[in-house]
Structures are given as structure tokens and as C-alpha cells.
Design a protein around this ligand. Sequence first.
Ligand code: PLP
Length: 414
Amino acid sequence: MSVHPNSKDSALRQRAANVIPGGMYGHQSIGRLPDGYPQFFSRADGCRLWDADGNELIDYMCAYGPNLLGYHHAQVEDAAARQQALGDALTGPSEVMVTYAERLVDTISHADWAMFTKNGADSTSSCIQIARAYTGKNKILIAEGSYHGANFWSTPRPSGVPDDDRKHLIRYQYNDLASLDAAVAEAGDDFAGIFATAYKHDAFVANESVDPAFARHCRKLADRHDAVLMVDDVRAGFRMAHNGSWSSVGVEPDLSSWGKVLANGHPISAHLGNTRMREAAESIFITGSYWFAAVPMAAGLAVLDVLEEKDVVSHVTQMGEMLRSGLAEQAQRYGFDLVQSGPAQMPQVLFANDPDRVLGDAWCLECLKRGVYFHPWHNMFLSLAHQPDDIERTLDAADSAFKALQSLRSPTQG
Ligand SMILES: Cc1ncc(COP(=O)(O)O)c(C=O)c1O
């Protein structure tokens, strides 16, 4: 594997350490992954990833979400190439921007309009700005531990951020109606809106589906106070449902933020809103040099075509369930207490009684050595490119990884 000190990955890390702060930063830094994970990759195709040293891996991170249909999906790449030949970042937008907004509005039931940005954090920040513009108020309620991107108000590491940038955020506990009530009371007459993720997909802990009663309570409180309900669908969008993720519990937000899967890896994000939010959306000034580039929009349209042609949600769910039940059977056979949570297509796999992740890290590393890229503490992602034989190969690797792990088992396990 690329752990070897003479590996290309190691050489790249040394070069990077000279010219890139920390050698790498952000969510794709391997700083909190077990030693032995590669930092650099050379290429990808379908659900396969090759690290800088040429090791082939079955990828369960999908670029941390964007790869929904498979890397290099022909229909998406053809559409992108056709648009590239015409033009991408121009002096103004192309027709494709209007068509893409129309298609998103047709696809997402709560949406009457769409605005485009680049990253998920742009879209979540824009939602908050619109909520404040609509209400003329400041306080935004967000769930403890939830991630909404790395802008000033939301970055998990606040180094370099004045406290004032967060002073209008109030935390509630996800799925806890009483804590939401308390947060609304704390916001008082400055209550602008509630931001909720599609489900509780926090890192390091077991994930939780949204409780329909909680989603309905969010809607009720927003309506009662003429505040704004926002759902952050950046991570779960189009993997949970063809519509917005909370459509499955019958609750429509006023605003939703999207990113990641929208164009299967081409850079674009979006926030969508209902008619009530339109005037406020028109009132804010947001922009970016690349926000109106046409290629990602053409790619996004091709993604919507594929979603209409194929039941992607069912496929990724089935593949996730196949993986989940195989891992459960293996863990039981080898005597490990595996905690599998979250939707099957976005699985979070942890070991019980493993607070320092000794078992989780070691098991993932053993899987990696056998050609499977799992993540020890972040939810993973299935794609349309994952097929039953990929899952079977993954389970073969996982089986020998469990076997290799038996010597590490703690007395509380099994
Ligand atoms: C729920 C959620 N919101 C927002 C973001 C930020 O997206 P981006 O990294 O594209 O800025 C993420 C990224 O992981 C996310 O998972």
C-alpha cells in the first residue's frame, strides 16, 4: 500500500508540506484517518478509485458525496463536454441556467425558484441571508453537532473567526421537540429561522433518521412565528429521495440548500425556495465569478435526466442494504458489536465500546489493505456504479479484515 516511505504518496506529502499549509486541509485531509490512508489519488472510474501509487480501491466515500452516478458517468460527461465546446464561464449566463432552474423547480415540490452558487457552504449561507432578509430578524436555530459547511458562521474550528459571527446562532438537539421549543423561546422576538439537516448525520456518532413529529414541529413553529424553515440537503439530496429529503415525512421547507450530487462532481450548488421567500431572495446581493458557469449546469441537467430514467434512490438503497446485512452477519460471526446507522445508502459504521476508535480504525485499515476505502467515523456513500459484485468483493475484504482484527478485540466486545 501507499504507506511505504518510498511511495509516491509519501513523496507528494513531503512536497505538499512545503507549499500547502498543513500539507493538506479541510475535510479531505487524512489528518484524522488512521496512518496508512493515502492522501493523494490519481484517477477514478465508476465506483473505483486509484491512489497516487496506483492501488485500486472500491470507493465508499464517493468524493464525500458528489459521485452519485459513478465517476465519469458517460451521459453527464458528454453533456458537460458539449457545453464546454460552446462556453463555460462567460460574460453572462447561458440558456442552460434558465432550463436548469426550470427543471429543479419541476423536480423539487417545495421550490418555486432556484439560485446557483458553487459550494454547499455558499448555499447554506445564502439560505440564512434570505431568512434574515425575509424576517428582518437575526436568530437562526441549528442542531448541536450538525455541519453546514465551513463559512465563518458554521466552520467547526473557529480559529480566526470573531465570536460575533456566531452570536446569532442558537443550538437545539436534533429530533428533540422540547429543546427546539427552548431555542425558539431563547430567540424571542428575534427568531428568523430553523435550519435542519435532512437527518442527523453527525460524524463520530451513530446517525438518526428525522423523526416525522420533529419535522412537523419545525414547520409548525416556523409558521406560528412567521419564521423560515430551511432544510440542508447538501449531503443527503437525491440519495434519500428524488424530491427533497423531507418529502418522505411530508414536510416542505421554505428554503433548501443543495450541492454535492447535483452535477455528479461538476462544481455547482443551489438554494431553492418557495414563493413566500422570493422577494427576500431578490433583495440580497450574492455572486461569484464562477457561479454562472454553464458546464456544471449542463452536467446538472444530465443528472436530472438520469434520475428520471433510473430509480437511483432504490439502487443505492439496495446496494447499501446488501452491504449492511453482509457486515452485520460477519460482525456477529466474528463476535464484534457493530453499530450500523443512518440510511443504508449513506451508512455510518462504528464499533460499540470503541471510544478511541481502536477497532474502527484498525478494521478500516485492514479493509483498505484489501482494496476497500471505508471511513472510520464519517458516514459513507453508495452510488449507482456500485453493483452486487462490488459489494461481494467488499464483503470478502471485510470478512478477512474482521478475521485480522480478532487479536485486537477488547474484553467488552462480543
Ligand atoms: C449537510 C452539509 N451542508 C453543507 C456542506 C458544505 O458543503 P461544501 O463542502 O460543498 O461547502 C456539507 C459538506 O459536507 C454538508 O454535509
